[in-house]
Design a protein around this ligand. Structure first.
Ligand code: PEP
Ligand code: MG
Length: 757
């Protein structure tokens, strides 16, 4: 086997070129092709299966019984070949029979072969066939061999199309394409939307796979790279939200990829192996996709999506085929469909017409999701087989709140959805009216309602909702969207911008809560081990105290950014009082240093702790005298109290925030700080739900920090509540809990005309 995939493929491609150019019949060509590939890869068996009448039929083979040709047929999804076609994913097995999908076909005489490798033959993103090799030795094929196989499969797809060997329409049209369908997914940005399906990437068909003139292909690809880099640079200089937003960081990462030498080198290598520029780009992209599937670090995988986005752009430039749906312009309200989307690509769409996004992949921390959130566009991710279920122009009802999208809905379903949509808009409008209304209870107590934030782009939310300030600024978001550890200047700039945007309203900065499930590629634990239980592992303050440099830089940035103003800072996951002391000392020593530099200092510093770990509640008497404020993070606190992973959807409904256990616990926390001058805020999701907020008011909580979308609904609730009344009711229920505190509260609220949906 030759040393590199390029030379292996080149040898085979040179011979295939002659086969393709010959005037022989298609079947004859296939017969020669399997010989050429088998020899080139030194494989006893090489077979080609093609899709005919919905079945994968053996069209040509070297090494299997010739009688099986046009006789052996498998359904898509059946056996190894069917599995490859169904998943459009390669298989590489040392022992084929050990695979659970193996299905034995006696007519082929394949029992003497052990190893098996197969790749899909893809046309317009669908498998139209499978190319596979088998060998008597039980060994896995090497990566270079698989790559050569994949390159050859691309060439085959051209041969097959030219010879009309498969009915492409048949391959592209699945039964799922007609009638209504509801596809589940993961809510990445909540919200509702209605619109017609627009595929972000119109299909690019690669007409020619094998190059006639290598140098010409090389210069085409060089030119395309220049053009793409120019586009990205231009985009970076005119990002939609002005200079300084998170997308600036996003685009920086993007730029890094656009200029990545490794990427262009791999494309050039593929051209060297005999492919056209288009085929080479596609080939490298396939390889990236394959790698992506193997990466289990979601953050790194997100960055790889950026690369895929660029790769598509390059392909469009080089092939001269029309741009994305963005360049053609949206003609009506649209819901964008894509496997994945780069942040820059999203920014190219007309915001007035783009109503929602549905992705086959995507994750909460993906750049595109962060940008979509800032644009207020709902996003549903992880929806499987989009291309197989949705056609361009289909009507879609996107319900990101409920985690699904309905395709080609029945008229009655559209009516119901529209009614819901209208109601939700009405409500939003009613809440918007409360923006300037102060949240006084019926009995006249002013409740503090702040919002949670984490990005510069969240800050306009303060004016839009009328929140009293930012009660939790999650500083780790900047770290999450950056490709490298954010430098001190960048941190300072962000914090200063946030304080400027907040004006007179307070902002509580939480020092980074990274680690655990938010592992950054550039920040790992020394021992490099993955943790079994990351939520209870090396995260938050534990990381910050161990990596002293990290906290020092952040302390300095915050102190400098807050020069001449009050700095509110709190530490996440404080478990014992000494941790709070140690973190505060880092700030104090940075402050002392800044004094020696005669720098302008903050007017005041208020230190706080987050109460998320139950153990801290037992030492509040020790900690309280040192605190200006305490913020209860109910998201983490409940997961620890109930031993129920907050990220596990199976447990989401299992434990109730309205359980007497948590409410009694919170009440004791309040008692623990009573008598000290400490503000207590609840900043977890719990406070943003009306019924839960009602219960919190009932146990004496007077400060909430919640997601911006909840500020309106919670203000409305507060104005209807009499604190003494709910306090008495809660006292009674917590003394002798009813079978369901939730039901008791619902009844109580209903009797008073308080809407708690
Ligand atoms: C919490 O744990 O409740 C909290 C507000 O912090 P986060 O959700 O960022 O962990
Ligand atoms: Mg937390």
């Amino acid at each position: 086997m030759p040393a590199s995939a390029a030379s292996a493929a080149r040898t085979i491609l040179t011979r295939l070129h002659d086969v393709m150019a010959s005037r022989s019949h298609a079947q004859q060509k296939l017969n020669t092709v399997v010989e050429v590939i088998g020899e080139g890869l030194d494989s006893e068996v090489c077979s080609i299966y093609l899709l005919r009448e919905g079945m994968l039929e053996l069209f040509a083979t070297r090494g299997l019984a010739q009688e099986a040709v046009h006789v052996t047929r498998m359904a898509v999804g059946e056996g190894l070949v069917g599995t490859i076609a169904q998943n459009t994913e390669m298989l590489n097995l040392a022992e084929a029979t050990a695979h659970p999908d193996f299905s034995y076909r006696p007519e082929t005489g394949e029992e003497k072969f052990h190893s098996f490798a197969g790749v899909p033959i893809v046309r317009r993103e669908r498998a139209v066939g499978v190319l596979c090799v088998q060998h008597a030795d039980p060994r896995r094929y090497e990566e270079v061999e698989i790559e050569a196989l994949q390159t050859v499969a691309m060439v085959l797809s051209e041969l097959i199309a030219n010879a009309d060997l498969v009915d492409e329409e048949e391959a592209l049209l699945s039964p799922a394409m007609t009638g209504p369908q509801r596809l589940p997914g993961l809510a990445l940005v909540k919200g509702l939307a209605i619109g017609s399906a627009v595929f972000h990437q119109p299909r690019i068909t690669i007409e020619h796979v094998m190059a006639e003139d290598r140098d010409a292909e090389l210069s085409r690809v060089y030119l395309a790279f220049d053009k793409m880099r120019e586009q990205i640079d231009r985009m970076a200089s005119q990002a939609e939200f002005g200079v300084g937003g998170e997308h600036e960081e996003v685009l920086e990462t993007y730029k890094m990829f656009a200029y990545d030498e490794g990427w262009s080198r791999r494309i050039i290598e593929a051209i060297d192996s005999g492919l056209t520029a288009e085929a080479a780009i596609e080939r490298v992209q396939q390889r990236t996709r394959m790698r992506m599937r193997q990466i289990d670090d979601p953050l790194l995988a997100d960055r790889m999506h950026d690369l895929e986005d660029l790769s598509n752009r390059l392909l469009r430039i080089v092939s001269g085929q029309m741009g994305t749906a963005a360049t053609m312009g949206l003609k009506q309200d649209a819901i964008l469909i894509a496997r994945n989307l780069g942040p820059a690509e999203l920014l190219e769409y007309d915001k007035r017409r783009l109503k929602g996004v549905v992705l086959e992949e995507g994750s909460l921390t993906a750049h595109v999701v962060i940008v979509a959130r800032a644009m207020g566009i709902p996003v549903l991710g992880r929806v499987r087989s989009l291309r197989g279920a949705i056609r361009d122009g289909d009507l879609l009802l996107l319900d990101a709140d409920g985690g699904h999208v309905t395709v080609r809905p029945l008229p009655a379903v559209v009516d119901a959805f529209e009614a819901r949509f209208a109601k939700s808009k009405e409500r939003q409008a009613a809440y918007a009216k409360l923006r300037d209304v102060e949240p006084f209870t019926r009995c006249g107590t002013r409740i503090t309602v702040m919002m949670n934030a984490g990005l510069r782009d969240d800050m306009p939310g303060l004016a839009l909702t009328g929140a009293d300030g930012v009660g939790l600024f999650r500083t780790e978001f900047q770290f999450l969207v950056s490709a490298t550890l954010p430098a001190r200047e960048r941190q300072t700039r962000l914090y200063r911008d946030v304080l400027d945007a907040a004006g007179d309203k307070p902002v509580v900065f939480r020092t980074v809560d990274i680690g655990g499930d938010k592992v950054l590629p550039y920040l790992r634990h020394n021992d490099g081990e993955t943790e079994e239980n990351p939520a209870m592992g090396w995260r938050a303050l534990r990381v910050a105290l161990e990596r002293g440099g990290l906290l020092k830089v952040q302390a300095r940035s915050l102190l400098e950014a807050a020069a001449g103003r009050t700095l509110n800072v709190m530490f996440p996951m404080v478990t014992e009082p000494w941790e709070f002391d140690a973190a505060r000392d880092v700030f104090e020593s940075q402050l002392a240093y800044l004094k020696t530099q005669k720098k302008l200092l903050p007017e005041a510093i208020r230190y706080g702790a987050m109460l998320e770990v139950p153990a801290l509640a037992e030492q509040l008497d020790v900690l309280a005298p040192k605190l200006s404020f305490l913020s209860i993070g109910t998201n983490d606190l409940t997961q620890f109290l109930f031993a129920a992973d907050r990220a596990n959807p199976k447990l989401a409904e299992r434990y109730d925030w309205l359980s007497p256990a948590i409410l009694r616990f919170l009440k004791r926390v309040m008692q623990g700080v009573a008598g000290h001058d400490v503000d207590v805020t609840v900043c977890g999701e719990m406070g943003g739900r009306r019924l839960e907020a009602l219960a919190l008011l009932g146990i004496g909580i007077r400060r909430l920090s919640i997601t911006p979308a909840s500020v309106g609904p919670i203000k409305e609730l507060i104005r209807k509540v009499d604190l003494e009344e709910i306090g008495t009711a809660m006292n009674g229920w917590l003394m002798t809990p009813p079978p369901s505190l939730r039901s008791a509260l619902i009844d109580w609220a209903q009797q008073r005309g308080i809407d708690c949906d």
